[in-house]
Design a protein around this ligand. Structure first.
Ligand SMILES: NC(=O)c1ccc[n+]([C@@H]2O[C@H](COP(=O)([O-])OP(=O)(O)OC[C@H]3O[C@@H](n4cnc5c(N)ncnc54)[C@H](O)[C@@H]3O)[C@@H](O)[C@H]2O)c1
Length: 380
């Protein structure tokens, strides 16, 4: 039977534009499904650069205004891979035009924006998903399976970190192309919405809802030249953010993110301690899951390193032979594969906009707590 087309219109050709384009291009080569994505249009404001991107990735056409792309009737799915201040307007317009929507994280710059986006996709009844790709690292997906099977038993502790070091220089400007993450108006917040959002999404998925949080943030470099104005301006994003959390299941948690951890480029980790066992994962070694099983007996008991490359590990039957690893880009391919599976099954592909909004509710609570110094509710 002929496969249906999934005609994609992508907004943004930056870092995520490339990971998404690769995912849409590759998915049908590895995952069987009734849909084949087609790279129908790429949209970016700079027509020349967008054209060069279209040639490199085989997009059929170029748009410089996302409104025109959304108005086209030869596009089924709008994929948003542009900075955070663009997400809400594009997603709502796409939903109102009846398009499916995939959106990069964080969904909105805050939970209020996300709520409007959730309302729009739910009113339109269109398929929607947010690119929290770390859920689809096979080792992380396996961690979810082990927890759901009760291998850890009652959970006592959740510990997460996301550490980088790329903003330590005082000479680094803020704002504009490539540096929009340092501009609060565009990004919404600093590391809380950028890095901690990933940790929070993974934690909500693995360990359930967070009830309350108390946090603190710091902006180490107080002024930077703004690329768009050419002037020294106050820095308003959080450079570092830490918080304590109490989960609904009674466990206690610590979360930390910074762009000032010299030597660390993308150290995204979690460790979970339960009554019957513990698991730990580290993005730098993403194909391994550390596992301690308290029921192991004998002199060789202890932490085990599981190499997540066998055919019965999550997603791995679609790739090479046991022992051969996959990497970062595959998490995006898995995300598209699951989105398509949702279209076929009629199930909502997770995380939906509504599920991803929960992360923004927690990041809002962390930022509020950093101001009030109090414990704040992290529930909607
Ligand atoms: N899932 C992840 O792990 C992950 C990683 C990095 C970034 N992100 C998210 O992806 C999004 C994009 O981040 P990035 O690192 O790819 O940024 P980037 O700066 O590399 O690319 C952004 C792109 O958006 C384009 N753009 C900006 N405004 C636009 C507009 N109005 N219309 C059309 N195009 C526009 C820019 O020209 C650029 O091509 C952000 O929301 C970010 O938080 C997610």
């Amino acid at each position: 039977m002929a496969k249906k087309k999934l005609r994609v219109g992508l907004v943004g050709y930056g870092f995520m534009g490339r990971t998404h384009s690769n995912a849409f291009t590759s998915v049908s080569n590895f995952f069987d499904s009734g849909y084949t994505p087609e790279l129908t249009a790429i949209c970016a404001r700079n027509g020349e650069k967008a054209k060069a991107f279209a040639e490199q990735w085989n997009y059929q056409s170029v748009e410089t205004d996302w409104r025109k792309m959304i108005a086209r009737d030869d596009i089924d799915l709008i994929d948003i891979a542009s900075p955070n201040d663009t997400h809400k307007e594009i997603a709502i317009a796409a939903a109102e035009a009846g398009k499916m929507v995939m959106c990069e994280k964080p969904l909105g710059r805050n939970a209020a924006e996300s709520a409007e986006m959730v309302a729009a996709v739910e009113k339109a009844g269109v398929a929607n998903m947010v690119w929290y790709n770390y859920r689809r690292v096979p080792a992380v997906t396996l961690a979810k399976q082990l927890i759901d099977e009760g291998k850890l038993g009652r959970i006592f502790h959740y510990r997460a970190k996301f550490l980088q070091d790329w903003t330590i220089s005082t000479d680094l400007p803020q704002g504009g192309e490539g540096l929009w993450r340092l501009d609060k108006d565009v990004a919404g917040s600093g590391v809380t919405g950028d890095l901690l959002a990933h940790c929070i999404d993974t934690a909500l998925w693995l360990n359930g809802e967070i009830d309350t949080v108390t946090g603190t943030t710091e902006t180490f470099i107080k002024e930077r030249m703004h690329t768009l104005t050419g002037k020294m301006q106050k820095v308003t994003i959080d450079d570092a953010s830490m918080f304590l959390a109490r989960f609904a299941n009674g466990s206690l948690a610590t979360f930390e993110a910074t762009r000032y951890a010299r030597g660390h480029k993308a150290l995204n980790t979690f460790e979970i301690n339960g009554e019957n066992g513990s698991i730990a994962w580290d993005l730098h070694d993403l194909h391994r899951l550390e596992f301690f099983d308290h029921s192991d007996e004998g002199l060789t008991r202890g932490w085990k390193t599981l190499h997540i490359t066998d055919g019965d590990h999550p997603y791995m039957d679609k790739w090479w032979v046991p022992g051969l690893q996959i990497g970062y880009e595959h998490t995006f391919i898995h995300q598209v594969a699951d989105f398509i599976k949702g279209l076929e099954d009629g199930t909502a592909p997770s995380p939906t906009f509504r599920e991803a909004m929960a992360t923004d509710v927690v990041t809002d609570a962390v930022l509020k707590s950093a101001e009030t110094g109090a414990w704040e509710s992290a529930r909607n």
